[in-house]
Write a protein that binds this ligand. Structure first.
Ligand SMILES: [Zn+2]
Length: 305
């Protein structure tokens, strides 16, 4: 495990760049291990006076590459031992052991730029600058393992005006029969109001918080107290152009423990005739916030046209 010889006299050595050894050999004698500002250790090197000869050059302890004697003897091979204790150690675990070129590309393409505009972005070249997958990542993707996780789960919360719920049925189903079956049944939204009737008012949550404390059972269409895990509730999107259901959505984001449609538009004991009026009385629409929110939302959701 002797590095070199390198230096001025051996400028063709692979470690040499601009007249210097990129691995900083030969090192210097040191009584103790020193952790340098860069975070890399500078190991103890004792001046034992022991030398060896390689390509006609006398080399001493300062040319020895850090090694593990047990591994060298076991494998009878060059073994480079590194101790890593940083978060970027992942590089050593997965990338370094498969070290090859970082990028594989067989394409050759030359952008032709006319004029002096140096700021031209060569998108074709950018496209051809392929990404190199290491063996680990290639196998991971080939075997279709998950490449991301999502936690906690996000639950889409439905809401609607009385009798306007979505119902899924097959083409050849009998419509009258479906209406009959579905009419008396709860939905996620109605079940939320039913659940509010049963729980104590101190436990009242807004609709979006509800799924964090309760689990919706789709079979029996009931919300039951959650035993483990959690879930973030999100109210379905509603366009501001739909008017009153949009205002109901605003109210659902603040009203707690609603048990009926009327209770959603009730504030300080007064039941308002429309959801919009209730929004006004609660001070939810008294400034330009509503319009600013809508403009911001549109800017994110829609295309230029
Ligand atoms: Zn060197």
């Amino acid at each position: 495990m002797i590095h070199g010889p390198c230096g001025r006299a051996f400028s063709k050595s692979p470690c040499m760049k601009d007249g210097y050894c990129t691995k900083y050999y030969p090192k210097i004698f040191s009584r103790t291990i020193v952790i340098e500002d860069s975070g890399y250790p500078s190991y103890r090197r004792r001046g034992t006076g022991v030398t060896t000869e390689k390509k006609g050059v006398h080399m001493d302890n300062n040319n020895v590459v850090p090694y593990n004697a047990y591994l060298l003897m076991s494998y009878q091979a060059h073994v480079n031992v590194k101790y890593c204790n940083k978060s970027n150690a992942i590089k050593y675990l997965f990338k370094y052991v498969n070290k090859r070129s970082k990028q594989g590309s067989n394409w050759s393409y030359k952008g032709t730029f006319n004029g002096e505009d140096a700021q031209v972005i060569d998108e074709i070249k950018q496209f051809y600058d392929c990404r190199y997958l290491s063996a680990c990542e290639a196998v991971w993707r080939s075997l279709a393992y998950d490449i991301y996780q999502r936690w906690p789960s996000v639950m889409r919360l439905t809401f609607y005006f009385p009798g306007e719920q979505n119902i899924i049925f097959k083409d050849d189903d009998d419509l009258e029969e479906i209406v009959e079956v579905e009419e008396g049944k709860c939905t996620m939204f109605l079940a939320w109001m039913e659940a509010n009737k049963k729980i104590e008012s101190s436990q009242f949550f807004i609709y979006a918080e509800f799924s964090n404390q309760f689990v919706y059972d789709r079979e029996v269409r009931e919300w039951n107290p959650r035993k483990r895990g959690n879930s973030i509730g999100r109210l379905n999107y509603v366009s501001p152009g739909t008017c009153d259901i949009y205002y109901m959505r605003i109210l659902l984001a603040v009203q707690r423990g609603c048990t009926t449609y009327e209770s959603i538009r009730t504030f300080n004991g007064i039941t308002y005739s429309s959801f919009q009026d209730a929004c006004y009385s609660m001070g939810l629409l008294c400034d330009d916030r509503e319009f600013i929110t809508v403009i911001n939302e549109v800017a994110e959701l829609t295309s230029g046209n």
